[in-house]
Design a protein around this ligand. Structure first.
Ligand SMILES: [Fe+2]
Ligand SMILES: [Fe+2]
Length: 580
């Protein structure tokens, strides 16, 4: 198999960390044996561990550290008892690497005392216990013996001082080697070394930071898992250590009869035994903990956080937003092959279906409102068809009303009321303003010549009749919407600014704005149209009459806007005459 084939195979993600860890263990052993070969009193067995901890993360670092000591057992069985120290160095190494301590040599130097504290100070304490509060046999032993001979130090301090001194040199050289190796490795390769196990499209670093910052009401899942695993490991450690100590003790006591073995030697050997067992456990404990957290992260925590994130960011506003949101859910591509994946699939399906459903409801809503408009317009048409002489009065007044309102918006008049939605509502309502004429008899409606007083009174009643019909319709409609404006138009379109209109005789600002606009549109069309009792006025004459009515019949502000946009009004009047 060629290199590329291996990299593309499905075993590569599993093979890669194994190879990486094996290489790191090899580096550790190689340098360590090299020191031994040349009788240099240094360990140099952490270079691979720190590289693995930095490039791969906590887990590969810890495994490398532990495995190095296990392999080194072949040289000296005592090595395995120091595995916990290698594991602690891996934890510290990963911690420092993540915070950029290995980016600059000055910063990397700061890590030396920390590593020496673990390897030297803690190591010395461990040696002291393992050797029954006595002198160890490692590479620091000759120095410690010499210090002891000087008579200033006791066994512990002599060993401690020499261990820390040797470790400071050892860890300085280790950090230097790690720093140089990291400098040589290209960034692209360094970035590809992390031991990730994404079961989805990875969440970006920024998003991960954001999730961390977001407040979780209780304890985060990662902390809970760590706590539970730690608690059980401590219980297991306590129980097994206790049992083995009891067994060891009873076994040791049987040896009391052997010459040279006293209670004191048994006590010291027990201390040594306990130190060894605890050290083994600490290394093992950290390894299991790192593995659990690592698995929980990639199989549970990250997938759940990613789902939370896309759900929070799900936008329903526009069709584009919805499509993008559904897409972002699909892009997560969570494939943990367990309950989490089921949850993801269900959530993904639910979001997709809810969006589809939403589109359907929106379409239906549009259809309903179209139908509502259509029905009302049909009603208005029926009324108009009875009134044979008005000549498309409804369509023309609606066009004028829309145009005047748009002009008012353009000129900034009543900006708080006149929104695009308001213009739409009023323009859609305009055809209904004379709806009440349905109660006026054909005889009056189509009478040739002027109406007498009684007939005119009957004619006037079309305003309130229209209002009542619309009110009834509103009671039936689930969303009356623009009918509210229709009711105002029907009721008040014959009111006058000075209060001399009908049916209420209200004046000025008391007349709803839409009705004040409608009044101008209504009169303009009446003036421009032929009636049984009059010929149509010319556009100029009609405009003059409206101007004269400013402040009397009409709202002067609206007349001003009307005059300001008179060219547009003329265009509508001309085009309507041509079209109809
Ligand atoms: Fe009317
Ligand atoms: Fe009218």
């Amino acid at each position: 198999m060629s290199g590329d084939k291996i990299k593309n195979s499905k075993f590569w993600p599993v093979l890669k960390p194994f190879l990486g860890i094996a290489a790191a263990v090899f580096i550790n052993i190689f340098f360590n044996r090299l020191m031994g070969r040349f009788h240099i009193p240094l360990f140099m067995d952490n270079i691979g561990t720190l590289l693995a901890a930095g490039l791969g993360g906590y887990l590969p670092g810890i495994i490398t550290g532990y495995m190095t000591n296990v392999v080194n057992m072949t040289a000296d069985i005592e090595n395995v008892y120091y595995a916990s120290l290698s594991v602690l160095i891996a934890v510290a190494g990963s911690f420092f690497y993540k915070r950029g301590y290995f980016d600059k040599f000055g910063k990397a130097l700061i890590t030396v005392p920390a590593f020496a504290a673990i390897g030297g100070a803690l190591g010395s304490f461990l040696t002291y216990c393992i050797y029954g509060f006595g002198m160890g046999e490692g590479i620091s032993a000759p120095f410690a013996s010499r210090l002891l001979e000087k008579g200033i130090f006791n066994v512990f301090t002599a060993q401690f001082v020499s261990d820390v001194a040797i470790d400071l040199v050892d860890k300085f050289l280790t950090v230097l080697a790690v720093f140089l190796i990291l400098k040589v490795i290209p960034t692209r390769i360094k970035d590809s070394m992390g031991l990730y196990a994404w079961r989805q499209n990875p969440i970006s670093k920024d998003d991960r930071a954001k999730i961390k910052k977001d407040t979780i009401k209780g304890i985060p899942l990662g902390v809970k898992i760590t706590m539970v695993v730690a608690l059980f490991m401590i219980i297991i450690a306590f129980v097994t250590t206790s049992i083995s100590c009891i067994l060891y003790h009873s076994f040791a006591m049987e040896q009391l009869s052997t010459p040279g073995i006293t209670l004191e030697t048994i006590r010291l050997s027990e201390v040594s035994f306990l130190a060894k067992v605890l050290s083994l456990f600490i290394g093992f404990f950290l390894m299991i903990l790192a593995l659990s957290v690592w698995l929980a992260r990639y199989f549970v925590i990250y997938p759940i956080n990613a789902m939370t994130l896309v759900a929070e960011r799900f936008a329903y506003d526009t069709e584009k937003d919805r499509a993008k949101s559904v897409d972002s859910v699909k892009k997560l591509d969570i494939r943990t092959r367990d309950e989490i994946e089921n949850l993801y699939s269900a959530m993904s399906l639910m979001m997709e279906e809810s969006v589809e459903h939403m589109e359907y409801i929106k379409k239906k809503g549009e259809e309903i409102s179209k139908m509502q408009n259509g029905l009302i317009n049909v009603l208005a048409d029926v009324v108009e068809s009875r009134d044979q002489k008005t000549g498309h009065h409804i369509k023309k007044t609606a066009a004028y009303t829309r145009y005047i309102l748009k002009s008012m918006k353009e000129d900034g008049l009543h900006a708080d009321i006149i929104t695009p939605e308001y213009i739409e509502n009023v323009a859609n309502s305009a055809p209904l303003h004379d709806l009440g004429k349905i109660v006026v008899s054909d005889m009056i409606l189509n009478k040739n010549g002027r109406l007498d007083d009684a007939e005119f009174e009957k004619m006037k009643s079309h305003t309130l009749a229209g209002r009542d019909i619309i009110k009834k319709t509103m009671e039936l409609a689930p969303d009356p919407g623009y009918l509210e404006e229709a009711e105002k138009l029907a009721t008040y379109h014959h009111e006058k600014w000075d209060g001399s209109g009908y049916p209420m005789g209200i004046h000025g600002g008391d007349i709803p704005l839409s009705a004040r606009v409608m009044a101008i549109a209504d009169v303009l069309d009446a003036l421009l149209s032929k009636r049984s009792y009059k010929e149509p006025y010319s556009f100029e004459e009609a405009v003059r009459i409206i101007q004269e009515g400013s402040g009397k019949h009409f709202d002067p502000e609206i007349v001003d806007v009307f005059m300001h946009h008179i060219d547009g009004i003329k265009e509508i009047a001309d085009s309507m005459d041509k079209d109809l």
